[in-house]
Design a protein around this ligand. Structure first.
Ligand code: ATP
Length: 235
């Protein structure tokens, strides 16, 4: 479904993503793991058209999309739930959800999807008329996830959706992401907690200083001695 071929992304002289190749197949739950600054967020931003690709190709359903405009990438069915719950704080919960459907014109479908999101996220239903800025961190993250789903994506990318959340919310968010994937949406998720990511996903890529160091199924990655030593705190 999504294929990166030798993708390089730079910030000035800094190479943030270095010759990265990866695949995400339809229906899969794939994670990108690795330390702070490894290039995980930049990889998602390049896929979304938010950072220019210096070299290499990004293919979606076989068509090159690298350096396409972000709104065209959303239209193709790729949604991006960025790091740091960037909800619109002055807008209400409902308005935030409507913003997620800004490329759509099917009013009935949008209404039905808002109802579906409120069913999935009862806490948002209780706060539908509140401005998003007044929600707790966990609720804002729920809203950011729901908003990303409002574009009816085929592939949804989450950037550290658990960051800064209380442990009970972290569990809830991970459960939701798994359910989204089980519902048929392909998921690519960035997660710094390697263990949590590998417990959830089908396959994973480990990035280190912009390069893919390792990749494999979650089982293979969990069993890898280097991963165990460096990222899982084992022997
Ligand atoms: P994090 O978990 O901190 O988000 P990450 O793995 O997602 O880490 P990136 O945010 O993609 O890593 O950063 C990769 C590299 O690019 C880092 O060296 C970072 O300092 C640099 N970088 C990221 N954003 C910018 C920017 N806007 N301008 C300049 N350099 C940047």
């Amino acid at each position: 479904m999504l294929k990166l071929e030798n993708v390089t992304v730079c910030y000035g002289a800094t190479v943030a993503v270095d010759n990265v190749s990866m695949d995400v197949n339809e229906g899969e739950f794939v994670t990108l793991i690795g330390a702070n600054g490894a290039g995980k967020s930049t990889t998602l931003r390049a896929i979304s058209g938010l950072e220019p690709v210096r070299s290499g190709r990004i293919l979606f359903e076989g068509d090159p999309i690298q350096n396409a405009a972000p709104q065209d990438i959303i239209r193709l069915g790729i949604a991006h739930c960025p790091e740091g719950r960037r909800v619109f704080p002055q807008l209400t919960v409902r308005e935030n959800l409507e913003m997620g459907a800004f490329r759509r014109y099917d009013r009935q479908g949008i209404k039905a999807d808002i109802d579906r999101m409120l069913g999935m996220f009862p806490r948002l239903a209780e706060r539908i008329r509140q401005s998003a800025g007044t929600l707790s961190g966990g609720e804002q993250q729920m809203l950011a996830i729901a908003r990303a789903l409002m574009s009816r994506p085929r592939l949804v990318m989450f950037d550290e959706p658990s960051l800064g959340l209380a442990p009970n919310f972290v569990e809830q968010v991970f459960k939701l992401v798994s359910e989204i994937c089980e519902g048929g949406t392909t998921v690519l998720m960035v997660e710094q907690n390697a263990y949590a990511a590998l417990e959830l996903c089908d396959r994973s890529y480990l990035l280190s200083t912009g390069e893919v160091m390792l990749s494999g199924t979650a089982e293979e990655m969990l069993a890898n001695p280097d991963i165990r030593r460096i990222y899982l705190g084992g022997e």
